[in-house]
Design a protein around this ligand. Structure first.
Ligand SMILES: Cc1ncc(COP(=O)(O)O)c(C=O)c1O
Length: 372
């Protein structure tokens, strides 16, 4: 990233944005089905590009949101205290250990704002969730990355070796986006210990619920590692992506620091009502998650039968290592009405959708691009 070209204010572009902002490309969200339909002159496209749930929210959530809508002339509770308490009860921690934010992206942004200043080091595996480098750059921090291993897993020893006294933050997504691989709490505990109390380790568990039998960073790390903060979201398993609510769990003093930088009323009234309703119906949520995981197994089996070598996925998406063929394959899928998330020259992430959507993806892929 070059910060050398300073912005010169003009009538076309007034103001002097910070160098970090000036150098940053504008955020581009994944393409949606309507865009693909317009671009390719097709109808009935499906979006498997943003790791969303294929089913609409559960009825109790819809009812709660409808009821809460009549009160939106009032500000919501700034701290979302009732939601924090409900989360704490469900997770078996104290309410002082819980913060909530505008999606877990919002919580992550607060964490970066709390800990990273110009020149500070932020360490994370790569490839991983795209906001980590963006938030690092925005804060003026320096990103240190450690490549995933050959099986697309986080290289924990590599991360430990890359720690420096200037490392303020380490961020590990488990399951990792976009490769779906999980990191054990044994390895994360080693990383937290090696990082030390002056460095916060963020364990980003946005997809935790899809790995029901997997390790649980809240249960297994927080008691012995006060420098760990676990972030989770209600966007994925609970299907509330459009409402924006996520949370962070950690040491009360750390949570209090993170809370200081919260945008006022960051979690809106509808999101708070929806979250409470979702938390009251864990069985219905688990059923939906179960359907997605069963579909993932079916899709994986079909892909393996077609010759694809897949990572050990634990989320609601699969990763195809398409290398140099990535752009062509993604375009071909899109022309067939299946919008996926390509990462140039590396691979394609495909969200698990409904059975019908997944079949569309499988036949589009088989038709155009059988595996090597
Ligand atoms: C690893 C990871 N963390 C966090 C998020 C953020 O989700 P949200 O901001 O909707 O809570 C995502 C979303 O795709 C993700 O993949």
């Amino acid at each position: 990233m070059s910060l050398e070209v300073e912005h010169v204010p003009s009538a076309d572009h007034p103001g002097r944005p910070r160098d970090e902002v000036h150098a940053l490309p504008s955020y581009r969200p994944g393409r949606d089905a309507a865009q693909a339909e317009r671009d390719h002159g097709i109808t009935g496209a499906v979006k498997l590009a943003s790791n969303e749930m294929p089913e609409p929210p559960i009825p109790a959530v819809l009812a709660a949101v409808t009821e809460a809508a009549s009160g939106v002339n009032r500000y919501a509770d700034h701290r979302a205290g009732v939601v924090r308490a409900a989360l704490a009860a469900r997770l078996g921690v104290s309410p002082e250990q819980v913060t909530v934010g505008n999606g877990s992206s919002g919580v992550l942004q607060q964490i970066f704002q709390t800990y990273v200043a110009r020149g500070d080091r932020v360490l994370f595996p790569w490839r991983s969730f795209e906001v980590y480098p963006i938030y690092t750059r925005l804060a003026g921090g320096v990103a240190e990355t450690v490549a995933l291993d050959a099986r697309h897993r986080v290289d924990v020893d590599g991360l430990i070796a890359a720690l420096t006294p200037e490392t303020r933050l380490v961020v590990v997504a488990t399951p990792n986006n976009p490769t779906g691989t999980a990191t054990s709490t044994t390895d994360l505990a080693r990383l937290a210990t090696a990082a030390g109390l002056g460095t916060i380790l963020v364990v980003d568990e946005a997809y935790r619920e899809f790995d029901a039998d997997g390790d649980d960073a809240i249960d297994e790390l927080l008691d012995n590692h006060p420098n760990v903060v676990v972030t989770r979201t209600l966007s994925k398993a609970q299907g509330l992506a459009g409402l924006r609510i996520g949370y962070g769990v950690g040491h009360p003093a750390v949570i209090a620091d993170i809370d200081k930088v919260a945008l006022p009323f960051a979690v809106n009234a509808l999101a708070q009502a929806a979250a409470l309703a979702a938390l009251e119906h864990p069985d219905e949520i688990a059923e939906r998650v179960g359907r997605v995981v069963a579909e993932r197994h079916r899709v994986e089996a079909a892909l393996r039968a077609a010759g694809w070598d897949l990572p050990d996925h634990r989320g609601n998406f699969v990763w195809l290592s398409t290398g140099g063929r990535t752009a062509e394959i993604a375009l071909e899928l899109e022309r067939s009405g299946v919008v996926v998330r390509p990462f140039a020259d590396e691979g394609i992430r495909v969200t698990i959708g409904s059975a019908e959507e997944n079949d569309r993806f499988l036949s589009a892929l088989a038709g155009a691009w059988p595996a090597d």
